[in-house]
Design a protein around this ligand. Structure first.
Ligand code: ITT
Length: 196
């Protein structure tokens, strides 16, 4: 089946492509003629996840389009779960991973509690029906950026049970345990069971 992934984040597209079975043909936004960045005006991760998927349905004016979107964020306990829904633009616009990581370290400068979690909510719109799939992973925030794989907050996030950051662990390990991998596995399972 053809499935549109409503994301312009190349790293997410790479991670999700690696988790998709071969009978699902992923189409990017450009494949369906969407070149602008999809607005994310929501105040929760779930809301933005839905808005991104629904944008594609509205844009294509086709309620039977099969589309999914991933909205993700980092929730840091000592910062009242910030940056959360604002993870992409934590240090302002345009979005910048290095600036976000720098700001996060500054905000945590005086904190001893380094606990955090990554959250992903995938919204699937299939035959006009909306479905949500969630994934999260607990961990802690390192004291300086380490490693050079992945994206976003990966150089600062140490998943529970490990000593290395996601950026040090590499794509294969990240993709076997991450928030996104957990949500995508649920999505794939659902698609497998819903196909004739
Ligand atoms: P879309 O086009 O899919 O919306 P985006 O980059 O805007 O791409 P989000 O709105 O979900 O994605 O923003 C989440 C931000 O959180 C993202 O820019 C990263 O900074 C961070 N993030 C999300 N998933 C991550 C991951 O697996 N590892 C590290 N950082 C992540």
């Amino acid at each position: 089946m053809n499935l549109i992934f409503a994301s312009s984040n190349k790293n997410k597209i790479k991670e999700i492509s690696a988790l998709m079975p071969s009978n699902i043909v992923l189409q990017g936004l450009q494949d369906v003629g969407i070149t602008q960045e999809i607005p994310e005006p929501g105040t929760t991760i779930k809301e933005n996840s839905f808005l991104k998927a629904n944008f594609v349905i509205d844009f294509l004016k086709n309620k039977n389009t099969s589309v999914f979107a991933d909205d993700s964020g980092l929730e840091v306990e000592a910062l009242n779960n910030a940056p959360g829904v604002y993870s992409a633009r934590y240090a302002g616009t345009p979005k910048n991973d290095d600036a976000n990581n720098k700001k996060l370290l500054q905000e945590l400068n005086t904190k001893t509690n380094r606990k955090a979690k990554f959250v992903t909510i995938i919204t699937l719109i299939l035959n006009g029906q909306v479905h949500y799939f969630e994934g999260e992973i607990k961990g802690t925030i390192a004291f300086e950026p380490r490693g050079n794989t992945g994206f976003g907050y990966d150089p600062l996030f140490i998943p529970q049970g490990y000593r290395s950051t996601f950026a040090e662990l590499g794509a294969e390990v990240k993709n076997s345990i991450s928030h996104r991998a957990i949500a995508v596995k649920k999505l794939v399972e659902y698609l497998k069971n819903s196909q004739p």
